[in-house]
Design a protein around this ligand. Structure first.
Ligand code: FES
Ligand SMILES: [Fe+2]
Length: 413
């Protein structure tokens, strides 16, 4: 499995985390060890990644009772299963007998409503209860050996879960999702396509890259021709104003939310929502800028904007009037991150009639391949013992904010 690969950079044995955090220069990239040290990656998991909510899947990917998907994070694995028509559960994919993975395929359907461990055939119900365990000496109480269940929230068709025993309050995130994904009609969407990109880099480099558009003009000519977000703020103000005017004219109301990272409410999950205009004459993220699929949600017309929203550190979303794009970042090990990109369309849209997958996915496939390349080059440079963290530009405020938030979480504050 990719997450088990041997790392090429040895762990920094002398890492003193508190000293490293204290030594961080505000406004600068992180020190090399934060991107290369396997011990720090374990801290990342304990203090940040396993603490926050993250997107597991869109509900349309488990449409029938018994359908499941396996979702990984670090060395952890979860079964997302539709346990009843209106109920989705998240079960730890670790058998309570001797620990085997119970589900060994990325997705599937539980036979006869049961999940059977492939090792010694302990058999669980869709709610995780242990139903069958052969030859177990008494006393043995099956009710003590159910699969561990994780909290689940399904909001606007998006399935979130967390490993936290005391989960962060999800109320603000839920309200913000209703005001963004809800307006875009994501509860009535379906997955049209997904791709997973394997990135040989630390997860934070992938996130920092997602959080800034300083790289967009040099690295993403296709994105930059369509999205005003690629420009410095001073060059985009007038177009953004015009985008807001068009949204008002169409009655599209999506409020900005800024409770992200260090700005999040104490004890609450991080959430941000903001809209940004598309370039003149561009309605959607397509080659010709024209609509690619039927309009979704509250959109009676194209308002020439895109809606970005982020929940927690690794779940990011981008909505157009006629389709949606989900970014799931999946840290697997210190130098390996998977990036799953999921394209959504209206649930009634018919492939080949209402949309064409190649056209629908063109921009974000192109952009994701470019991102994989630049993030891997970034990691390769940072692996050098001569790397020194440089300063962020004025076009990278969200990358800087992410790094500040990360350091605070890592320090355990
Ligand atoms: S490890 Fe699952 S049945 Fe033995
Ligand atoms: Fe990018």
């Amino acid at each position: 499995m990719a997450g088990d690969r041997t790392e090429s950079v040895p762990p920094d044995q002398s890492a003193d985390l508190a000293r490293r955090i204290a030594r961080h220069r505000p406004g600068h990239a992180l020190d090399r060890a934060f991107y290369t040290d396997a011990g720090i990656f374990e801290r990342d998991l304990d203090r940040m990644l396993l603490k926050h909510w993250f997107l597991a899947a869109h509900a349309s990917s488990v449409p029938r009772t018994g359908d499941f998907r396996v979702v990984d994070l670090g060395a952890e694995s979860i079964i997302i299963v539709r346990s009843a028509p209106a109920e989705i559960r998240a079960l730890l994919n670790v058998c309570r007998h001797r620990g085997s993975r119970v589900c060994t395929t990325a997705s599937g359907r539980a036979t006869a409503g049961r999940l059977t461990c492939p090792y010694h055939a302990w058999t669980y119900g869709l709610d995780g209860r242990l139903l069958v365990a052969r030859e177990m000496p008494e006393p043995f109480d099956r009710s003590d050996f159910g699969l561990r269940s994780l909290p689940v929230r399904v909001v606007e068709g998006l399935i979130f879960t967390t490993f936290a025993r005391e989960p962060l309050d999800f109320a603000s995130a839920e309200a913000a999702l209703t005001g963004s994904a809800g307006v875009h009609g994501w509860a009535k969407a379906k997955v049209a396509h997904s791709e997973t990109y394997s990135i040989n880099a630390n997860w934070k480099l992938a996130i920092e890259n997602y959080m800034e558009c300083y790289h967009c003009q040099p690295a993403h000519p296709e994105f930059s021709k369509r999205h005003v977000y690629a420009r410095p703020a001073a060059q985009s103000e007038a177009i953004e104003r015009e985008g807001r005017r068009r949204a008002d004219a169409l009655g599209i109301v999506i409020a900005d939310v800024d409770e992200y990272g260090e700005s999040s409410r104490p004890g609450g999950e991080s959430v941000s929502v903001f809209r940004s205009a598309l370039n003149e004459g561009v309605d959607s993220a397509t080659r010709d800028g024209r609509r690619i699929a039927r309009l979704m949600g509250a959109f009676g017309g194209h308002d020439g904007n895109s809606t970005y929203f982020d929940i927690g550190p690794i779940s990011d979303f981008l909505a157009y009037a006629d389709h949606g794009v989900i970014y799931r970042f999946i840290p697997r090990s210190v130098l390996h991150t998977e990036m799953e990109v999921i394209w959504l369309v209206h649930e009634d849209a018919v492939e080949g009639t209402d949309y064409d997958v190649a056209q629908l996915t063109w921009l974000w496939k192109t952009t994701s391949i470019e991102d994989k390349r630049i993030v891997e080059h970034n990691q390769a440079g940072i692996n050098s013992r001569f790397f020194e963290p440089g300063p962020y530009s004025s076009q990278e405020p969200y990358a800087r904010r992410f790094v500040d938030w990360y350091l605070r979480e890592l320090a355990g504050n």
